[in-house]
Design a protein around this ligand. Structure first.
Ligand SMILES: NC(=O)c1ccc[n+]([C@@H]2O[C@H](COP(=O)([O-])OP(=O)(O)OC[C@H]3O[C@@H](n4cnc5c(N)ncnc54)[C@H](O)[C@@H]3O)[C@@H](O)[C@H]2O)c1
Length: 268
């Protein structure tokens, strides 16, 4: 049996936010390979192109943009079978910096609002707009891209961890609200992965500063067996595989939980 037959998502339509880079791009490619129709909701187009892939320019923090996305998706593919809330950002910052109380690495209102808007508000906007379609169809799944740090906390990424903890709350509560309509809500929590667009030099410098280590020491940790039992970073495809499974009816009895894909790094 081919993977396409096993998952049986061919001809179904999925909306993926942030599908132009990193994990989102891997999810888009996996779903296209499985025969699905995919709508990529991102600020910018991705490099990857396919017949059944539609990019709709979307700022996921804007309700008007999300309404436009849903209207265009329905006009193009007729219905929606699932949503992947993947778009997210991480700006490393610390709560208190005794050496530089107003320094560049201290959390301020602007970076707090930015992270909560992109990582949390977007999940509410997309899920409420697309949830209506899924409830009407009495079928479908919402997959929320969380993070291992949302379950465990992460030094230098407290606001980010809080945003992911918030969406874990959405996952648990919406599963309870939407189960009666046969709509599942499930979270995926990756640990350390191969580099994506998120891992910029500014990101690494901020995280290293907050942990009192060098960027080189930070990088060495990406494959440390003392913290990652499997001793390597995760592949983007390994996250995409799990997302495709959760969107499919193969995961028909799973809802309301956030599952780690972290090489054993955190207890979850
Ligand atoms: N990379 C990791 O190691 C890792 C680990 C755990 C969780 N995650 C989560 O995975 C998700 C994807 O991260 P990634 O590493 O692939 O990042 P990435 O930066 O490679 O990709 C994120 C995509 O989201 C898009 N995006 C950002 N703001 C947007 C907005 N306002 N509207 C629409 N699109 C927007 C970007 O254009 C980009 O294409 C995020 O939610 C992130 O928190 C990543």
């Amino acid at each position: 049996m081919s993977s396409e037959e096993w998952l049986a998502v061919a001809g179904k339509t999925f909306v993926v936010t942030g599908g132009s880079s990193g994990i989102g791009d891997a999810i888009v490619k996996e779903l296209i390979a499985d025969g699905a129709n995919v709508v990529n909701a991102d600020l910018k187009p991705g490099k990857y192109q396919a017949d059944k892939l539609l990019w709709v320019e979307t700022d996921v923090t804007s309700k008007a943009a999300v309404d436009n996305l849903v209207a265009k998706t329905l006009a193009h593919f007729g219905t929606i079978d699932g949503l992947v809330n993947n778009a997210g950002i991480n700006i490393p910052r610390i709560l208190v910096d005794p050496k530089a109380p107003d320094g560049q690495y201290v959390i301020d209102e602007a970076n707090y609002d930015k992270m909560f808007n992109v990582n949390v508000k977007s999940v509410f906007l997309l899920s409420s707009a697309i949830g209506k379609v899924l409830v009407k169809n009495h079928h479908g799944a919402i997959v929320n891209m969380s993070s291992e740090s949302g379950l465990e906390g992460s030094q230098g990424a407290s606001v980010y961890s809080a945003t992911k903890g918030a969406i874990n709350g959405f996952t648990r509560a919406w599963a309870k609200e939407l189960g009666q309509y046969d709509v599942r809500v499930i979270g995926v929590a990756p640990g350390v992965l191969e580099a994506t667009g998120l891992r910029t030099i500014e990101y690494e410098e901020g995280l290293a500063y907050s942990r009192h280590i060098t960027v080189e020491q930070l990088r060495a940790g990406y494959s440390k067996t003392s913290t990652i039992p499997l001793g390597r970073s995760g592949k983007l495809a390994e996250v995409a595989n799990l997302v495709a499974f959760f969107l499919s009816d193969r995961a028909g009895y799973m809802t309301g939980q956030t599952v780690n894909v972290s090489g054993g790094k955190s207890r979850g």
